[in-house]
Write a protein that binds this ligand. Structure first.
Ligand SMILES: *Cc1c(COP(=O)(O)O)cnc(C)c1O
Length: 340
């Protein structure tokens, strides 16, 4: 990721805290295309999976936390805190260990076991919350106010988004200086969506792309779909989603802090928002593994399930290049795998 350091807001190279994150593979997926298009291959778009599962700590949260911890080191911040649905906690703890920054993580008690264990393994302080990431956020805000922990909650500070921005640069590089036609992104707090959009503007400012942009699609579960609901209603802000429940923790975010930025990006891009059922998400997660050998996380499953709908309703058309984000590794979800 730090190949793009000239475009990242850390000035002191000695502050860069890296575990080898980024430059993940962009995999053309012919067999998955057949699955998504249900055999109607002549009318199918060309699908690529951007597979983020190989990042340190097994998810793309590594990008954002590498940038945020690096900036903390540069600024002399000694302790950071964050609420998480799961993956961001592990990434924060790992980069905190690497950069000698103390990390406090508040996480729902029912988060996947692997995500809780890794926070402790990397020396982070873990507090389990009987509730959701939004409840964890209240604890962190209190700690930050009373005990001086620096709050790095999603998009409340700029640096995690700056790290996620590198997804946009990589797509540009991996498509040989072009951008894809559409991007499907499993949306929780929306860091990557908002970050990539910024990256495309920066590429244009450098004269590397023109004004054309990919259509951006936010993918959620019908068990927690505040962005989809607001998009469909034509609203500028999302309402809190009650009783959020999905087996994809990364998109179990009932009140995204940057809902207005997410909605603005979707509309400016000419894209959209799709919610899929839990059974669809699980079936698609397993199909990706069997069809392509890609170890999809449930959030990646949601994206593939949404692609089926977008092909069926004509939103994605023949010949288009479409990027499907698999944002993490299936290894953290052994209980969801086929045959488990
Ligand atoms: C956090 C997370 C998401 C959602 O990312 P945002 O940038 O918060 O929208 C999706 N998938 C996985 C695996 C995640 O950990």
């Amino acid at each position: 990721m730090w190949r793009y350091s000239e475009l990242l807001p850390i000035r002191d190279p000695a502050a860069v805290t890296s575990l080898g994150e980024g430059m993940t593979p962009l995999l053309p997926c012919c067999r998955l295309t057949a699955v998504i298009a249900r055999g109607g291959l002549s009318a199918a778009p060309i699908f690529f999976v951007k597979d983020e599962g190989g990042n340190p700590t097994g998810s793309f949260k590594a990008r954002g936390l590498s940038a945020a911890v690096s900036k903390a080191v540069e600024l002399g911040i000694k302790k950071i805190a964050l609420p998480t649905a799961g993956n961001a906690g592990g990434a924060a703890a790992a980069y905190g260990a690497r950069g000698k920054v103390a990390v406090y993580v508040a996480m729902p008690r029912d988060a996947p076991r692997a995500m809780k264990d890794e926070v402790v393994a990397y020396g982070g302080e873990l507090e389990l919350v009987d509730g959701l990431i939004s409840d964890a956020g209240k604890l962190v805000a209190e700690r930050s106010k009373n005990d001086g922990w620096f709050d790095v909650a999603t998009l409340k500070e700029p640096y995690r988004g700056e790290g996620k921005k590198t997804l946009g640069f990589e797509l540009w590089e991996q498509f040989d200086g072009e951008l894809p036609d559409a991007i499907l992104y499993p949306t929780g707090g929306g860091t990557g969506l908002v970050g990539m959009w910024k990256a495309f503007d920066e590429l244009e400012a450098m004269g590397l792309v023109d004004k054309a942009r990919p259509r951006m699609y936010a993918i959620q579960s019908s068990g927690c779909a505040p962005v989809v609901k607001a998009f469909d209603a034509g609203a500028e802000r999302a309402e809190a989603w009650m009783d959020a429940a999905t087996m994809a923790p990364g998109i179990r975010v009932p009140t995204p802090f940057a809902d207005d930025l997410i909605l603005e990006t979707l509309r400016a891009s000419g894209g959209g928002a799709v919610a899929v059922e839990e059974e669809e998400l699980l079936a698609s997660m397993r199909e990706v593994a069997a069809a392509e050998g890609i170890d999809a996380c449930p959030e990646g499953g949601a994206v593939v399930a949404a692609a089926k709908r977008l092909v069926a309703d004509g939103s994605l058309v023949a010949g288009e290049r479409v990027v499907l984000f698999n944002t993490g590794s299936g290894l953290k979800h052994p209980e969801l795998r086929a045959g488990a």
